[in-house]
Design a protein around this ligand. Structure first.
Ligand code: IDP
Ligand code: MG
Length: 156
């Protein structure tokens, strides 16, 4: 099982879209194993978006991400990193396909509702940045045996 870090950005929280976005992930079968409403500090934003430092949109991005609370989620499932990236859609709302979160809920290039880790390395780093060790939980879901084929002894 893979765990990925998702951030519902300030625009998603302010627009009251948290529930609808989380529902999409739950409907898909992903398990919410961590959740926290928080205000990102400039220091945390700088660490999280380190790879974008120096780009023209960087200052605006940090300003946006620290402007209002976000909801951070840890989502677990088979292939959760790429599954969530596909469900998010292309970076800019205008380009994102209908059916994706960015494609259905936004038009902006910078206010694009959601962040998702883009690799296992990024997920490991980002999960440890946003969650303490005991804030990501291991627990069995009652419906697990109907989300995955467990007849071979592991999730298929
Ligand atoms: P991603 O979020 O789809 O992985 P990245 O290229 O990693 O996209 O960019 C990180 C974030 O920076 C984007 O989600 C978006 O909020 C912002 N961003 C990226 N490119 C631009 C741009 O050209 N203008 C404004 N904001 C941008
Ligand atoms: Mg990215």
């Amino acid at each position: 099982m893979e765990t990925t870090l998702i951030i519902l950005k300030p625009d998603a929280v302010q627009r009251g879209l948290m529930g609808r976005i989380i529902s999409r992930f739950e409907d898909k079968g992903l398990q919410v194993v961590g959740a926290k409403l928080m205000r990102i500090t400039p220091e945390l934003a700088a660490e999280h978006y380190q790879s974008h430092q120096g780009k023209p949109f960087y200052d605006g991005l940090v300003q946006f991400m620290t402007s209002s609370p976000v909801l951070v989620l840890a989502l677990r499932g088979l292939g959760s990193i790429s599954v969530c990236r596909k469900m998010m859609g292309a970076t800019f709302g205008q380009d994102a396909e209908p059916g994706t979160i960015r494609g259905d809920f936004g038009l902006s290039r910078s206010f694009n509702l959601i962040h998702g880790s883009d690799s296992p390395e990024a997920a490991a780093k980002e999960l440890s940045l946003f969650f303490g060790a005991n804030e990501v939980l291991d627990f069995e879901r009652a419906q697990a045996g109907w989300i995955y084929d467990m007849t071979g002894g592991s999730a298929e």
